[in-house]
Design a protein around this ligand. Structure first.
Ligand SMILES: CC(C)(COP(=O)(O)OP(=O)(O)OC[C@H]1O[C@@H](n2cnc3c(N)ncnc32)[C@H](O)[C@@H]1OP(=O)(O)O)[C@@H](O)C(=O)NCCC(=O)NCCS
Length: 170
C-alpha cells in the first residue's frame, strides 16, 4: 500500500518480496554503523519485515516503509515513523536509512521532508522527534535541514540517546 510520494521517491508498506533488499541494507556494517544492535542476520531482518508488513502492529498508521527511487524503480532504503515512549511521553520518530548507492543526492532529506509533511497533514501529529547518535553527522544534518533541532540527551535501556525534535507551528 502506498503511503506517500515525493518528487523522486515512493514510500509504501514493506512486502515479503523486499526481504533481499532489506537484508542488503541491514547486513551492511557502514549503513548500520550508528545502530547499537549493529548488522542484522537474514532471520532478524525477516522478523522485522514481518512486524512491519501492515504498518506498526499497535499503530498501523506508523511503521517503516519501503523507499523506492521512482526514476529507477529500485528499493533504495527504508524510512518511516516509529512510536516510542520516552521519559513517560508518547513520541513519534522520523526514521530514515538508505543504502550507500543512495547517499549524497539529497534523497534522505527529501524522504524526511515528505514524512514530516505527511505526519503533520495526514496524521495530524503536532510533534516529531529524531533519536540520533552524537557522531552521526549525516543524520544530524538531515534532521536540521527539515527543521528538527537538538532538545536533550538521555539514557534508556539501549544506552545514551540524543533527542532532536520539532513542533508544528499552526
Ligand atoms: C543519514 C543518511 C540517511 C543520509 O543520507 P543522504 O541521502 O546522504 O543525505 P542527504 O544527501 O539528504 O544529505 C543531507 C545533508 O547531510 C550532509 N552529509 C551527508 N553525509 C555527511 C557526513 N558524513 N558528514 C556530515 N554531513 C554529511 C550532506 O552534505 C547534506 O547537507 P548539505 O545539503 O548541507 O550539504 C544516510 O547516511 C544513511 O542512510 N545512513 C545510515 C543509516 C542511518 O544512520 N540513519 C539515521 C539513523 S538516526
Amino acid at each position: 500500500m502506498k503511503i506517500l510520494e515525493t518528487e523522486h521517491l515512493l514510500l509504501r508498506h514493506l512486502e515479503p518480496g523486499d526481504l533481499d533488499s532489506l537484508y542488503a541494507l541491514y547486513s551492511d556494517p557502514e549503513v548500520r554503523r550508528y545502530f547499537p544492535e549493529g548488522t542484522l542476520t537474514l532471520e532478524e531482518t525477516k522478523e522485522e519485515l514481518d512486524w512491519f508488513l501492515h504498518g506498526h502492529p499497535r499503530h498501523p498508521e506508523l511503521g517503516l516503509w519501503a523507499t523506492i527511487h521512482k526514476p529507477s524503480g529500485q528499493f533504495i532504503g527504508r524510512c518511516g515513523l516509529l512510536p516510542w515512549t520516552i521519559d513517560g511521553v508518547f513520541e513519534v520518530e522520523i526514521a530514515y536509512m538508505l543504502g550507500k548507492d543512495g547517499w549524497g543526492q539529497g534523497l534522505a532529506t527529501e524522504a524526511a521532508m515528505g514524512i514530516r509533511d505527511y505526519a503533520y497533514e495526514t496524521l495530524k501529529l503536532k510533534r516529531l522527534i529524531c533519536l540520533i547518535d552524537k557522531d552521526n553527522l549525516a543524520s544530524i544534518r538531515v534532521a536540521e535541514k527539515i527543521g528538527i533541532h537538538f532538545e536533550k540527551t538521555g539514557l534508556d535501556d539501549k544506552g545514551p540517546f540524543v533527542l532532536y525534535s520539532v513542533e508544528q507551528i499552526s
